[in-house]
Ligand binder design. Structure first.
Ligand code: NAD
Length: 588
């Protein structure tokens, strides 16, 4: 990208160097309230006197001049006064609606603290209460009745340079089921993480709700529900809407516009992924993002066990989107180690709600068939562990406590360093706690979870820090890399590249302390490093369409990243009255 001009709120923005620091000068035709009430432009009392006069907002603000640092202090103090997490979520969304730079300055000041509020687990609560907490619409709402008109709806969106779209139909929101139009909290939250964790400018991100109705009776009868009040439309009409949507997005924003699918039900998630993956720039985070973060955890675990992935036998509890995605990527990693596809599939076993998945069993979908092996039927996970002697167990069935003491002890007697991943969310659904894993394995278990767990101190005095396999280690970096070099399709290899890069960012010290992921506080750097690896892979394999290839990819990625410092508004050939200039001196 040129360092000369960037698009900003449909306004040409000129970047120029001033001394040491790079400043952004923004030109806007907006004046008065259109400036102070626009979250992209608003900087509250941080507007200088020159800007207030030039932009016609003098008198619309209190006379004091306040820096962003002081504003941050104010929002933090206000934040601390909120009584619960949902209240904190509402407060943060209000800030995002009012002053976007300040919102991201706050989030990036302590990602570990704010991520559980703007994303899981609080966003789940927010989606359940979306009708109640709804203040201002954010993102695009496209319904099944808009068929034939999606292109014109996209024209209503004020930004023209969209690089990442996150879309849901609200049918399987987290572990909460069908929340219909209230699922909009998910794309909104995910895209906020694109900016906070990956540095993608927020104006390049578009959250979309495809409202086809809901089968949630409680919502259909709720007077505060904000979506269509009828049952879900399925079949050809649904498919036609999705087809039109994908085409309309790519026509308007380009074939390299990333479209992330989020929280679609199983029946649609796999089908839509295979339908669109080779046609558009798209991925499904529940399947592929989860896969990459889990495989990164496994690859980091291998640095502890000093083994190859193909030496392992992996047993899944659950055979849904997460399990299938992870299993698929594991086989790819094993193939890279030299194993055949057939042999690598044999290393993976799955237990679903009907028991062990074996050849000839009932209720086998096309996806499950691939992991069905010749074996007698078994109902219980405990029996499968004893029989198959896995080296790793991965829980993704949202069955709380599924890794019983017996199972964990069996894993510990079968393996010197058993790998035990309890990935189900939220915390209440975890297969076991970190403490249970460490204590039943005498501290030998290599543990990762979907939700955060506190560090555990063992009787021998060692403290272990459980790894949290949070998808936000992956998707912002993937988004940054994919859009950074204008990929047109996202292959599985991109996710394996991301997983490998993430595993290598874990230090020896982290591993010694039980951590399988880098600290969440370093997420911005992690995303940049992942993006660089993805770009290197893309250029090496002739997948990138951005030319010429940036020589220093890290510098390039950083140069297109969002900066939470306020822009300065250009003040052209204007003579300021002396008294106005004098007021500048009371700046804090
Ligand atoms: P899903 O609905 O697609 O799959 C759930 C699977 O669990 C299904 O195959 C179902 O048959 C199986 N199951 C249900 N009851 C069972 C039982 N009693 N015994 C064995 N299997 C049973 O859901 P998903 O998207 O795969 O997510 C599953 C879990 O993984 C959720 O809790 C989710 O929060 C978690 N997850 C974690 C991460 C992460 O940690 N990064 C990412 C994605 C999903």
């Amino acid at each position: 990208m040129s360092h000369g001009f960037v698009r900003r709120e449909s306004v040409e923005t000129e970047m120029h160097r001033s001394g040491e620091k790079e400043k952004t000068l923004v030109y806007t035709k907006k004046r008065g309230y259109d400036v102070t009430r626009n979250p992209l432009l608003n900087k509250g009392m941080a507007f200088s006197m020159e800007e207030r006069l030039q932009l016609g907002i003098h008198g619309l603000l209190p006379p004091c001049f306040i820096s962003q640092d002081i504003q941050l202090l104010r929002v933090l103090k206000n934040y601390d006064m909120r009584k619960d997490d949902l209240d904190r979520y509402v407060f943060l969304m209000g800030l995002q609606d009012c002053n976007e730079k300040l919102f991201y300055r706050l989030i990036t000041s302590d990602v570990e603290r704010f991520m559980p509020i703007i994303y899981t687990p609080t966003v789940g609560l927010a989606c359940q209460q979306y009708g109640l907490i709804f203040r201002k619409p954010r993102g695009l709402f496209i319904t099944i009745h808009d068929q034939g008109h999606i292109a014109s709806i996209l024209q209503n969106w004020p930004e023209k340079d969209i690089k990442a779209v996150c879309v849901t139909d609200g049918e399987r929101i987290l572990g909460l089921g069908d929340l219909g139009c209230h699922g909009m909290g998910i794309p909104v939250g995910k895209l906020a993480l694109y900016t906070a964790c990956g540095g993608m400018p927020p104006q390049q991100c578009l959250p979309v709700m495809l409202d086809v109705g809901t089968d949630n009776e409680a919502l259909l009868n709720d007077p505060l529900y904000i979506g269509l009040r009828h049952k879900r439309v399925r079949g050809p009409a649904y498919d036609a809407l999705l087809d039109e949507f994908m085409k309309a997005i790519s026509d308007r924003y380009g074939m390299d516009c990333l479209i992330q699918f989020e929280d679609f039900a199983n029946i649609n998630a796999f089908r839509l992924l295979s339908k669109y993956r080779n046609k558009y720039c798209t991925f499904n985070d529940d399947i592929q993002g989860t896969a990459a973060v889990a495989v990164a955890g496994l690859l980091a675990a291998l640095r502890i066990t000093k083994t190859k992935l193909c030496n392992h036998t992996i047993l899944f509890q659950g055979a849904g989107e997460a399990a299938m995605g992870i299993a698929e990527l594991i086989t790819m990693a094993m193939e890279k180690e030299g194993l055949s596809k057939e042999e690598s599939l044999k290393k993976i076993w799955m237990v679903d709600s009907k028991g062990l998945i074996v050849k000839g069993r009932d209720h086998l979908t096309h996806e499950k068939e691939r992991f069905a092996h010749e074996h007698s039927q078994m109902k219980k996970l405990e029996d499968a562990v004893k029989e198959l002697k896995p080296t790793a167990i991965i829980g993704v069935a949202a069955v709380a406590g599924a890794f019983s003491e017996q199972i964990i002890r069996d894993m510990a007697s079968l393996n010197e360093r058993p790998i035990i991943f309890a990935l189900s969310n939220p915390t209440s659904k975890a297969e076991c706690t970190a403490e249970q894993c460490y204590s039943f394995t005498e501290g030998r278990g290599i543990f990762a979870s979907g939700s955060p767990f506190d560090p555990v101190t063992l009787p021998d005095g060692r403290t272990l820090y459980p790894g949290q396999g949070n998808n936000s280690y992956i998707f912002p970096g993937v988004g940054l890399g994919v859009t950074g070099c204008a990929l047109k399709h996202i292959t599985e290899a991109i996710f394996l590249t991301a997983a490998e890069a993430l595993a290598l960012l874990v230090t020896e010290k982290d591993l010694a302390e039980g951590r399988l992921y880098p600290p969440l506080s370093s997420i911005r750097d992690v995303s940049v490093k992942l993006a660089v690896k993805i770009m290197e892979y893309a250029y090496e394999h002739n997948l990138a369409t951005l030319h010429p290839e940036p020589v220093d990819k890290e510098a390039y990625i950083r140069s297109i990243s969002y900066n939470t410092d306020y822009d300065e508004f250009a003040v052209e050939s204007y003579r300021w009255p002396e008294d106005c200039m004098a007021m500048q001196s009371c700046k804090l």
